[in-house]
Design a binder for this molecule. Structure first.
Ligand SMILES: *Cc1c(COP(=O)(O)O)cnc(C)c1O
Length: 408
């Protein structure tokens, strides 16, 4: 599944500029370049580059595909889930009010978004970037060791006031309050719910279930589980809001009289004129990215990635077998959703090895080839191997380096 655009290069293209390619066993992480692009996605990218099309027409077509795939009224291809969050926020804040569109991120109108405090995270900068002010509610008293409860829906209701513009929800299987309760509270007050579901696909059902639960806008990464371009994403949801998001992202350098945006995306009849470039103009998406993302979405939903799971499991089993006898305890973890990739957890016997997992991780990064393992459980003495970028050759190199660093 490793990408091959034309002929396999004899030498890494990155070395031309003095950058050493790595073996990424951290997964689809942005910092290391995202997901491996399937050949069909690369081919689509190259084909799209051969011709020109009006981008608003292409986004109109993308909207139809995304709507069909997600059950949402409309959709937009963005330059990532973070961009989708900024655009979704901008849409909620400004709607089709051209003065507001021009003013963002400076708001002299309601701009507060309520968010469960326990859902705050670094990516919500993308929401604040549009001009929103986050209002935190609730406590995670279980984590604090101070109680038995987490954020509850009534706390969101209690925080709603004249300055409230919407509610933010960061989706996770274990997120609290349950999305349905948050939607009920928000809709009771006629407020939209913007959901960050960037990394929540797979499982496939999330493409539909989050919209079905009543979310008004959902942001999904294109460069994670969908295996589209690293800098792509999806914003889907209510048609009026998607239309506003499109208006604030697309290039607006045309004459109003000549401008013919696709009516399924932008309702021109509601507009008194053509807005200037909006806040999302800095997050533009290329025709190649749009076509590649749509191709990846189609592959993903048709189940084309599924045979790859057995292959990934075999690569991991090879690693397990090769580490037999070393001071490490190996366990392949198969996610319960039956769709996400298996991972391999390597618990390092730090006292027997005489080296911490953190140190092993550092040495793997500095070796040849450099290897980047999952680093989320280092404090528990564990390295995590995510197999999505592995092939036979890389697994051989990985095994060799792990054996070196995990031998006394
Ligand atoms: C990855 C991620 C994002 C950002 O997604 P991009 O597609 O990289 O912009 C936002 N929120 C969460 C929770 C994420 O995991």
């Amino acid at each position: 599944m490793a990408g091959r655009c034309g002929n396999q290069p004899v030498m890494s293209i990155y070395r031309k500029w003095g950058v050493e390619p790595i073996i990424n066993v951290s997964g689809n992480v942005t910092r290391l370049g995202g997901a491996p692009l399937p050949q069909a996605v690369l081919d689509a990218f190259c084909a799209a580059a051969q011709e020109s099309v009006p981008l608003d027409q292409l986004q109109g077509a993308a909207s139809r595909v995304i709507a069909e795939t997600t059950g949402a009224e409309a959709g937009l291809v963005t330059s990532g889930a973070a961009a989708a969050l900024t655009l979704g926020t901008a849409a909620i804040l400004a709607g089709d009010n051209l003065r507001r569109i021009e003013q963002l991120p400076h708001c002299d109108f309601p701009c507060e978004f309520i968010i469960p405090r326990e859902q705050r995270n670094g990516y919500d900068h993308a929401i604040r970037a549009a001009g929103a002010r986050l209002v935190e509610v609730g406590f995670h008293e279980i984590v604090a060791g101070a109680g038995v409860r987490r954020c509850e829906a009534w706390e969101i209701a209690a925080a709603i006031g004249p300055q409230t513009a919407g509610v933010v929800y960061v989706y996770d299987q274990h997120a609290r309050p349950p999305l349905a309760e948050v939607v009920a509270v928000a809709h009771e007050h006629k407020l939209p719910v913007l959901v960050d579901a960037a990394g929540e696909v797979p499982p496939r059902e999330h493409l539909r279930s989050i919209i079905a639960a009543g979310a008004d806008l959902v942001a999904i990464s294109g460069g994670k589980g969908l295996r589209g371009p690293q800098a792509s994403g999806i914003l889907c949801g209510r048609r009026d809001l998607i239309g506003s998001a499109a208006l604030q992202m697309l290039d607006m350098d045309d004459h109003f009289e000549l401008w013919e945006p696709p009516s399924n995306l932008i309702d021109k009849s509601r507009l008194p004129g053509m807005p200037r470039h909006g806040i999302g103009r800095a997050m533009k998406v290329s025709k190649e990215q749009i076509v590649a993302l749509l191709t990846a979405l189609e592959l993903y939903t048709s189940g084309a990635y599924e045979p790859h799971r057995d292959q990934m499991q075999r690569h991991l089993q090879r690693v397990v077998d090769a580490l037999d006898g070393l001071p490490v305890c190996s366990q392949i973890v198969v996610p319960a959703d039956g769709e996400s990739a298996p991972t391999l957890e390597l618990s390092v016997n730090e006292s027997r090895l005489g080296r911490t997992a953190f140190e092993v991780c550092r040495r793997l990064r500095h070796g040849s080839p450099p290897i980047y393992v999952g680093h989320g459980q280092l404090d528990q003495g564990r390295l995590v191997i995510h197999p999505i970028h592995l092939n036979e050759e890389r697994t051989t190199a990985l095994v060799g380096r792990l054996r070196e660093e995990l031998s006394r």
